[in-house]
Design a protein around this ligand. Sequence first.
Ligand SMILES: Cc1ncc(COP(=O)(O)O)c(C=O)c1O
Length: 409
Amino acid sequence: MNTSPTLQWIANSLAKGTADRKNLDNLFPAEAADEAQRFHHQIPGFGATPLRRLSALAAKIGVKEILVKDESLRLGLNAFKVLGGSFAIYKHLQQHHKKEQPLSYDEIRSHKLYPNGEAMVFVAATDGNHGIGVAWAARELGYQAIIYVHQHTSRARIDAITRQGARVVVVSGTYDDAVRQAGADAKTNGWQVISDTSWEGYEEIPRWVMQGYTTMLAEARQQMAAEGIRQPTHVFVQGGVGALAAATVGYFKQLYYDNPPRFVVVEPETAACLYSSCRLADGQPHSFPGKLDTIMAGLACGDPSPLAWNILRDYADIFVTCQDYVAARGMRVYGAPIGDDARVISGESGAVTLGALLTMMQPAYTALRQKIGLDKNARVLIISTEGDTDPEDYLKIVWDGRFPLPENQ
Ligand SMILES: Cc1ncc(COP(=O)(O)O)c(C=O)c1O
């Protein structure tokens, strides 16, 4: 019987407040977000995803606002991840161009860069969504992609990658093993790795990936402004290797430097590398051992991205781990809205932040709520980072009630 608590949390004792902003300025200079937006807006058919305002749910659980960025509608790819991989490929190609004036999207597509047909192969390891994004972007820009997945990746996720024209290589072990294998094969064959996670000596591309995600955050800012909301008081974001969380924390910290929202980073209990790094509190990223067994496929990562960790260590407020049934409840609540709230189709990794918020509003978490001022005045921004990326598993949870709450909840 599983007797672990529903949710565990820890306050970040290393958070810096406002002192040294070197890492922040280095990773998230204001121009980078503008450049990412300019690039993404050149993509044919590109549009902002909706910001859903779940007012009835907010009133029911006792906060002022719940604002949800719904990434199930991102470029027809069902997840936010394409924003990072596409921007990194674009920046990499621009770097080859080496001219003052950047090539436009159409110029890159027309193969002005490699007029003699010189081919470039892009390689990525993935839990699913990053690979779909890289495969999509490589094909859009006229290049080949090879995507590495681990052995437990579902058929639906592999098929979604091959539909984007990429070759898929299945690696035994976990996501972290797939990352290592992709890196080794790329080195042997002269391919270019487009990784969302960083390691020593490999930081430029993961930085661009994180900067690419800021397009989504800039959209959220503009959408909040259009609704007359100046800024969120709390931002909940889910963590795999931490790149999304770092982009979110970094972007909003830059934007609201003197009065930032409280940042809550949420992970599965069985793949909690960021939470563990916070708990060990020596300032270093630490790997999380084990099989990383969770329904939250996109968050099943044991090795934090060091580049991302540096930002989270300095500016995240709270790290949280959750049981799988917390994510499953989030999916069901999104799928069965109350009042005039919109329905959001949210997958396991997408819905865990709402699940965590719902759990935190229970009496057992009063101390946590007090610590971060999560009360009736809170305007909470959450990102539903994916839709039903595994449609069969989605229905098993939302229709058939798999991963129910335990009796005592
Ligand atoms: C849907 C979804 N949400 C969140 C994440 C977490 O992103 P990161 O690995 O950058 O922490 C992922 C990663 O693949 C994902 O697929």
